[in-house]
Ligand binder design. Structure first.
Ligand SMILES: [Zn+2]
Length: 67
């Protein structure tokens, strides 16, 4: 599965990580391609190279979502 991180932070400062199939996937201009990952934890680790405050989307990456 391909994952993306939102270039725009949420109100709490988190940059959300999404699967490409997610309803909330940002538009191409507002996301960074994280490549193919076996699971969301690997994708979030990759996202943190771009944004230290990265977090899994509650909808598509629920196991990797922290509050
Ligand atoms: Zn999502």
């Amino acid at each position: 599965m391909r994952y993306y991180v939102n270039k725009n932070a949420q109100n709490n400062g988190d940059h959300e990580v999404h699967k490409e199939s997610c309803f909330y996937l940002p538009s191409p201009l507002n996301r960074i391609d994280l490549g193919e990952h076996q699971n969301c934890s690997s994708a979030v680790t990759e996202a943190k190279k771009h944004y230290p405050k990265s977090n899994g989307c509650k909808t598509c990456c629920e196991p990797c979502h922290t509050t």
